[in-house]
Structure formats: structure tokens, C-alpha cells
Design a protein around this ligand. Structure first.
Ligand code: ADE
Length: 244
């Protein structure tokens, strides 16, 4: 899987590939990345990438030309893969969830466009974007952090990126439920005890406890997920939500 990230802050976005699981995935050749800075494709000596909005509104809009040029250059370098998706990160996109992340992980290449300012000239989106994704109902000062979140969430679904495959299938959401609480040694700490059942060695009872905890947490914190889980309904993406 190759991530191509179009951003005016490439050094910032690169950090997501420099730590932990993603760093190991890059070193092992499971993930690669390319950072494309629209400023390198500007025509004027100020390297302008934004301009005032038509119709008059405060704030600047990222211009078409540098991004079209960047895409042209990628094409000319034969850097665009057959199995690819171009995603614009924006608060007006569809809300990211694990199903979207899993689905995007099946591509060979993802091109992520991180905008700044008030937005990006719509003609860029109309021409290139296959999808628009938001990471939550709040406005960030740019799409960079959203692109980094997307990279991290997607990378977990790439085979062999997460060491223990089971930890992905048991993650919150993949089961349709939130995750249960976790404990490690010591069994007693500052008067707080690890639940007895986890020390019992009885795997059936442990599983039952974890399931109950996950269900209780989901019911309390995420009634929306709980409803979906108990009704066993499709989530609209053609996938069942629970009981996997
Ligand atoms: N850019 C600014 N805010 C964003 C958000 N919430 N999700 C994705 N991209 C964004």
C-alpha cells in the first residue's frame, strides 16, 4: 500500500510514518509513502497556492493549478497505480469509521488531499476526488491531522502491519461492540484489584466476562452501536455490523 499525501506541510505529515507500528510497516516494506507539496508546482515567485474566494468571503481558497500540476507530474512519472482512490479530507466528507478504513485498505494506493485555508477550489475535487472523508464533527485548521488519522486507521487493516492479527479482529468496532477493559500485572495495586475471573484461568468464564463488559460499555456509551448490534442490521455499506 502506498500513501500519497498532498500537503503544504510535508514534514509534519511525515511524522505519522516515523513512529511505532507505521514506522515498522515502512521499514518492512508493507507501507510506502510519497509527500507532494503543491508549492513545488506553483508558477509565481511567491509560490502562491491560495487566493481570495470568488463571491467575496473572508478566508483564502487553495487554487486549482498547483494541484492539477502535481497530479500531471505523478501521471508523467507513472506513479499512479491502477488500484487507487483519491480522498479529500474535509469536515463535509462522510464520517470515518472502521468499515470505511477497512474498505480503503484494499487499494494499492491512496492519494490523500489535505487542504488548508477555507477550502480547495471545487474543480480539484470534481476532477480527482473519489471520496471525501471527515474524521469528526469539528473543524481542524487543515486536513493534515485528518490525513494522519486516516493513514493510521487504514494501516491497521493491511496484512501483517499489526503484529498480532487477532488484535485487529478483536479491536473495538470490528466486533460491533466497544472493547472490554484490560489489566496487567500486578494483580493488586494501591488497593485496586484485578477482577477475580481474569486470574481464574477459566477461559470460558473470562470470555463471558469480557463479552458482558463490552456489551455493558456499548449500551451505556454508544446506544447507536448497541441498536445496530442487537438488531443485527446492515450498516448501509452492505456489511453486517455485529457478530463477526
Ligand atoms: N479538515 C478540517 N477539519 C476536518 C475534519 N474534521 N475532518 C477531515 N478533514 C478536515
Amino acid at each position: 500500500m502506498e500513501f500519497v499525501i498532498i500537503t503544504i506541510f510535508p514534514e509534519f505529515v511525515e511524522q505519522v510514518f516515523k513512529w511505532g507500528i507505521l514506522r515498522r510497516a515502512v521499514e518492512a516494506g508493507k507501507v510506502s509513502y510519497r509527500l507532494v507539496d503543491p508549492r513545488e508546482f506553483t508558477a509565481d515567485r511567491h509560490k502562491s497556492i491560495d487566493d481570495v474566494a470568488y463571491g467575496g468571503r473572508p478566508g483564502m481558497v487553495m487554487m486549482c493549478e498547483p494541484i492539477f500540476k502535481a497530479m500531471e507530474v505523478l501521471e508523467a512519472q507513472d506513479a499512479l497505480k491502477e488500484s487507487r482512490r483519491f480522498i479529500h479530507l474535509t469536515p463535509t466528507g462522510r464520517l470515518l469509521n472502521w468499515e470505511i478504513a477497512e474498505d480503503l485498505a484494499s487499494n494499492d494506493q491512496l492519494i490523500l488531499l489535505a487542504g488548508r485555508y477555507e477550502g480547495i477550489d471545487q474543480r480539484v475535487i470534481d476532477t480527482f476526488a473519489d471520496d471525501e472523508v471527515s474524521i469528526g464533527d469539528y473543524v481542524l485548521s487543515g486536513g493534515e491531522l485528518a490525513a494522519m488519522v486516516l493513514v493510521d486507521a487504514i494501516a491497521r487493516f493491511i496484512p501483517e502491519v499489526v503484529g498480532n492479527e487477532q488484535s485487529v479482529t478483536q479491536d473495538s468496532f470490528s466486533t460491533g461492540l466497544l472493547d472490554h477493559p484490560h489489566y496487567t500485572r500486578p494483580a493488586s495495586f494501591n488497593g485496586m484489584e484485578v477482577p477475580e475471573v481474569l486470574l481464574s484461568g477459566n477461559h470460558a468464564e473470562i470470555e463471558k466476562w469480557r463479552r458482558q463488559q463490552a456489551e455493558q460499555l456499548t449500551r451505556l456509551r454508544r446506544p447507536d452501536l448497541w441498536e445496530r448490534h442487537i438488531s443485527g442490521k446492515s450498516d448501509g455499506n452492505g456489511k453486517r455490523s455485529g457478530g463477526k
